[in-house]
Design a protein around this ligand. Structure first.
Ligand code: 5GP
Ligand code: MG
Length: 453
C-alpha cells in the first residue's frame, strides 16, 4: 500500500508535502520521499523510515520550489529498499520527471520483459518504473501529458499516480478507480492526495475526487481534465479502503470513511441481534475497529467501552526477556482493561480477520482479564483471496478463511461465537448507489484481471 500527495503553486511546497505525507503515514511506513520543482529543476530526497524521522529543516530547505509530490511506501511489489522508494526521478530526453504511484500494475512484469528486450535498463524492482519507461518511449509523440496518457494506456491494474515535471503537476487514476485520489484547493494553488485528511492538516479545501479514468494536468495556464479511457461501466473501487485502510477522518470515493465504517458496525449489529441481546458491553480492537464498534453500540444499544488499550510507540524489534512471556507479540501492542472486562459477556468488534493469529491472542487476553464470554463480530465478510491491487494480504493459503469454515475458525479462536458481516450488508453500508466495488478479497472474483493469478 502507499500514499501519494502533490501540490502545484503552493508556498513552501515541500513543507506542505511533508505535512500531507505525515497525515498519510498510515498508508505506508517503510519509506518516504519528496520531489520538488523550482520551475526549472527537480530536487528530491527519499529515504527508508517514517516521514517525521526522515525530513528536517535542512533537507526540506533544499527541496525548493512551489510544486512538489510525495510518497509513503508499504511495499507490495518489489523489495523494501531505498532503491524502490518513491518518488522515482528520471532524467530523459525531455528533461526531468518524478513519479509517485499507489496501486499495483497487473501487467508490469510483461512490460518489463518487453522493454528490457528492447534495451531498457531498469533501476528498481518496482512495478511503477514501467510507467516511466513507457513515458520515455513515447517521447516525441506530443505534449508531456500526451506521453503520460500513452504510458497509462499501456498498463493494467490499479494506479493512482502523481507526476511532476519542472512545469507541470499531473494526477491520474485508473479507469476502474481502484485506489482513491482526490483534488483540493489551497490559495491560488492546487493539491492532490490519496485521502482528504492530507488536505485538512494544511488548510486546503476538498474539491472532489479525481474521477476513475481521469487525468488532471495542472500548469501555469490552469487546470485541464483529460479522459484517459472510456469510463468502465463497472467500477472496481477497493472496498477494503472503507473497511480498514483509509483514515476515518478522510473523504475517499467522495464519501466519508467514518460514516461508512459506522454503518458497517450498525449493520453488523442488526445481523447479530441475538448475540447483542445476551451481551453486556461492546468493545473494539483499536484503532481500526473503533468506528465500527461505535456503530455497533448505537444500533444495538449495548454500551461501548474501551476494553483494550493500544500502545502506539511500537518500534521495529523488541527484546524479549529470556524467561518466556505468554503471547508476548500481542502484549507489546495491546493490553486489556480488567475493570471493564471482569465478569462481562463481551462483544468484540474487529474490522477483519486475516491469518487469525492476532485475534486468537487477543481473545485469550480478554478471557484472562476476566471476561465471562467473548463474542467476536467482524465488520466485513471472511477474507478468502489475496489482493493483487496494492493491499498486502498474504498468500491465499495463509488466509484462515480460505481453508476453514466459520465454525472451524470459531474453534481455533476459542470464542463463544464468531459472526461476520454479510457481503450484502457490507455493500449496502457504503451507500454508493450505482458505484461498484472490487471485493475480490471476499469473493475471489477478480473482475479487472490479475495477471495470471
Ligand atoms: P489476525 O487476527 O488475522 O492476525 O489480524 C487481524 C487484525 O489485522 C485486525 O485487527 C485488522 O485490523 C488487521 N489488519 C487487516 N488488514 C491489515 C493489513 O493489511 N495490514 C495490517 N498491518 N493489519 C491488517
Ligand atoms: Mg486492527
Amino acid at each position: 500500500m502507499c500514499g501519494v500527495f502533490g501540490i502545484f503553486n503552493g508556498p513552501e511546497a515541500s513543507k506542505l508535502t511533508y505535512l500531507g505525507l505525515y497525515s498519510l503515514q498510515h498508508r505506508g511506513q517503510e519509506s518516504a520521499g519528496i520531489a520538488s520543482s523550482d520551475g526549472k529543476q527537480i530536487h528530491s530526497f527519499v529515504q527508508m523510515g517514517l516521514v517525521a524521522d526522515i525530513f528536517n529543516q535542512d533537507n526540506l530547505q533544499k527541496l525548493s520550489g512551489n510544486s512538489a509530490i510525495g510518497h509513503v511506501r508499504y511495499s507490495t511489489t518489489g523489495i523494501s529498499s531505498v532503491k524502490n522508494a518513491q518518488p522515482l526521478v528520471i532524467n530523459y530526453a525531455r528533461g526531468q520527471m518524478a513519479l509517485a504511484h499507489n496501486g499495483n500494475l497487473t501487467n508490469a512484469a510483461e512490460w518489463r520483459e518487453r522493454l528490457e528486450k528492447d534495451g531498457s535498463i531498469f533501476q528498481t524492482s518496482s512495478d511503477s518504473e514501467v510507467i516511466l519507461h513507457l513515458v520515455a518511449k513515447a517521447n516525441g509523440h506530443g505534449t508531456i501529458e500526451q506521453t503520460v496518457e500513452y504510458a497509462l494506456s499501456k498498463v493494467k491494474g490499479a494506479y493512482s499516480v502523481v507526476v511532476l515535471t519542472p512545469e507541470k503537476l499531473i494526477a491520474a487514476r485508473d479507469p476502474w478507480g481502484v485506489r482513491p485520489l482526490c483534488l483540493g484547493k489551497i490559495g491560488t494553488g492546487w493539491v492532490v492526495a490519496s485521502e482528504s485528511c492530507a488536505f485538512d492538516i494544511i488548510n486546503a479545501k476538498y474539491v472532489r475526487e479525481v474521477e476513475p479514468g481521469e487525468m488532471i494536468v495542472i500548469s501555469k495556464s490552469g487546470v485541464k481534465s483529460v479522459k484517459l479511457a472510456k469510463p468502465k461501466p463497472d467500477l472496481a473501487l477497493c472496498i477494503f479502503e472503507f473497511i480498514y485502510f483509509s483514515r476515518p477522518d478522510s473523504m475517499i470515493f467522495d464519501k466519508s470513511v467514518y460514516s461508512v465504517r459506522r454503518e458497517l458496525g450498525a449493520r453488523l449489529a442488526q445481523e447479530t441481534k441475538d448475540i447483542a441481546a445476551g451481551a453486556d458491553i461492546v468493545i473494539s480492537v483499536p484503532d481500526s475497529a473503533n468506528t465500527a464498534a461505535i456503530g455497533y453500540s448505537q444500533a444495538s444499544g449495548l454500551p461501548y467501552e474501551t476494553g483494550l488499550i493500544r500502545n502506539h510507540y511500537i518500534g521495529r524489534t523488541f527484546i524479549e526477556p529470556s524467561q518466556h512471556i505468554r503471547d508476548f507479540g500481542a502484549k507489546i501492542k495491546y493490553n486489556p482493561v480488567k475493570d471493564v472486562l471482569k465478569g462481562k459477556s463481551v462483544v468484540v468488534v474487529d474490522d477483519s480477520i486475516v491469518r487469525g493469529t492476532t485475534s486468537r491472542k487477543l481473545v485469550k487476553m480478554i478471557r484472562n482479564a476476566g471476561a465471562k464470554q467473548v463474542h467476536l463480530a467482524i465488520s466485513s465478510p471472511p477474507i478468502i483471496s489475496s489482493c493483487f491491487y496494492g493491499i498486502d494480504t498474504p498468500t491465499k493459503k495463509e488466509l484462515i478463511a480460505s481453508k476453514n469454515t466459520i465454525n472451524e475458525i470459531k474453534k481455533y479462536l476459542e470464542v463463544d461465537s464468531l459472526s461476520y458481516l454479510s457481503l450484502e450488508g457490507m455493500k449496502a453500508s457504503t451507500g454508493c448507489q450505482g458505484r461498484q466495488f472490487c471485493d475480490a478479497c471476499f469473493t475471489g472474483k477478480y473482475k479487472i484481471g490479475c495477471g495470471g493469478c
